[in-house]
Design a protein around this ligand. Structure first.
Ligand code: NAD
Ligand code: ZN
Length: 354
């Protein structure tokens, strides 16, 4: 039985951010309870943090997205801070404001306030036992689709893997296209390409169905329009939400499986790691990789070359193991016999080209 899930309500429009507090009061009308805002630390400089209007009992936690993508230890530390201040009292809602990193941290905190132990214990599929605290996504960077997916991607002590569960989906999303206008161009490109790659992988994969496909196709078109025609921020932001809605109900593929190793061992951020990998996948995704290359060229994006030249044999072993850990994505791309289509030698050959 496969149940399709979408974020049930969306507040959309330019300057919708100004209605955030009123929306929270409408959704969760209990003003005595506190709200947790998890905010990308970059918003100290964009001015968005200053536009938040927390009540005295609310907690505003910054996540240092400019320095790194989220780790399980970040989530555990922030959860412990909330518990230290508020004891067993739960917030009425957790609001994640930022890029995929900050939205994922907020998602994970919502779940870790109601489930015991470390967030590392829940990296995998459907390991979360209890519903989390309600949550609202406020993306300020478009492409990951984290506002609409079932996963909170975290780097843990032994692996980079998401907490994938129905409880890690947002209950609501506030989409304000003005919020993404401050993103630096290179970042806009790499995260935008994450959406493009999600949609290419999802629509080629067997996990896709007729209900998810239109979302993937619309999302893919939004990225092509943005980078090959004109920059329309509203369409681009909606494209990210659609892309997330599509992968929430299907699966990514071989590019993401290979990119986790590049991120975990070599430290490249998610969007860039995917671009490094996708650039070498013409044999799997022909026309789409050629379109990707046209977008790279048009925006004069410099992709790093020969990133794996100093990788040791032990590190390659680990990268291969990480690739196979994303079994669902590989099954979606190649079928249950994925190891025949993508044996370790083939993985090494592909990594060697990157
Ligand atoms: P990010 O959240 O890591 O942010 C990248 C940079 O952009 C940071 O420096 C951040 O501070 C900055 N930034 C964000 N908004 C800004 C704004 N409005 N103005 C200026 N700067 C801004 O980047 P991302 O690509 O959105 O997210 C990557 C993370 O998301 C990775 O951890 C990846 O694994 C994860 N991810 C999650 C999902 C999911 O479904 N949950 C899907 C794909 C990727
Ligand atoms: Zn991705």
């Amino acid at each position: 039985m496969k149940i399709t899930r979408f974020v049930p309500s969306v507040l959309f429009g330019e300057n919708a951010f100004d209605d955030l507090n009123a929306w929270i009061d409408k959704l969760y009308p209990n003003p005595q309870q506190y709200t947790v805002f998890v905010v990308d630390a970059v918003h100290r400089t964009t001015g968005l943090l200053q536009r938040l209007r927390p009540a005295p009992q609310d907690l505003v936690l910054e996540f240092d997205a400019p320095s790194h993508e989220p780790k399980t230890s970040d989530v555990d530390a922030l959860r412990d801070r909330i518990v230290a201040e508020k004891g067993s009292e739960l917030p009425r809602v957790v609001v994640g404001i930022g890029g995929g990193s900050s939205m994922d941290v907020a998602k994970a905190i919502s779940v870790m306030l109601t489930n015991p132990g470390s967030s590392a214990d829940y990296q995998g599929w459907d390991l979360v036992k209890h519903r989390g605290v309600p949550k609202i996504a406020v993306p300020t960077l478009s492409g990951t689709g984290a506002e609409a997916t079932r996963t909170a991607v975290l780097t843990g002590p032994v692996k980079k893997l998401g907490i994938n569960s129905d409880y890690s989906m947002y209950d609501h999303a506030l989409l304000d296209p003005k919020l993404i206008e401050t993103v630096p161009e290179e970042q806009e490109f790499f995260t935008g390409m994450d959406n493009y790659i999600h949609c290419v992988e999802a629509s080629h994969g067997s996990a896709m169905n007729a209900l998810g496909r239109p979302f993937a196709l619309a999302a893919k078109a939004s990225v092509e329009n943005f980078f090959l025609k004109e920059k329309n921020y509203a369409d681009f932001m909606v494209g990210s939400y659609f892309g997330g809605s599509s992968i929430a109900n299907s699966s990514v593929g071989v590019c993401h499986a290979l990119s986790y190793g590049i991120a975990f061992i070599l430290g490249y951020r998610h969007g860039l790691a995917n671009c490094i990998v996708f650039n070498q996948l013409e044999e799997f995704y022909g026309e789409d990789v050629r379109t990707f290359k046209a977008m790279v060229e048009r925006h004069r994006v410099q992709l790093p070359k020969r990133v794996t030249k100093d990788v040791t044999p032990e590190q390659f072993e680990k990268m291969i193991a990480l690739t196979y850990m994303l079994e669902r994505d590989l099954v979606s791309t190649f079928g249950p016999e994925f190891k025949k289509a993508l044996p370790p030698e083939k993985i090494l050959e592909l990594y060697g080209k990157m």
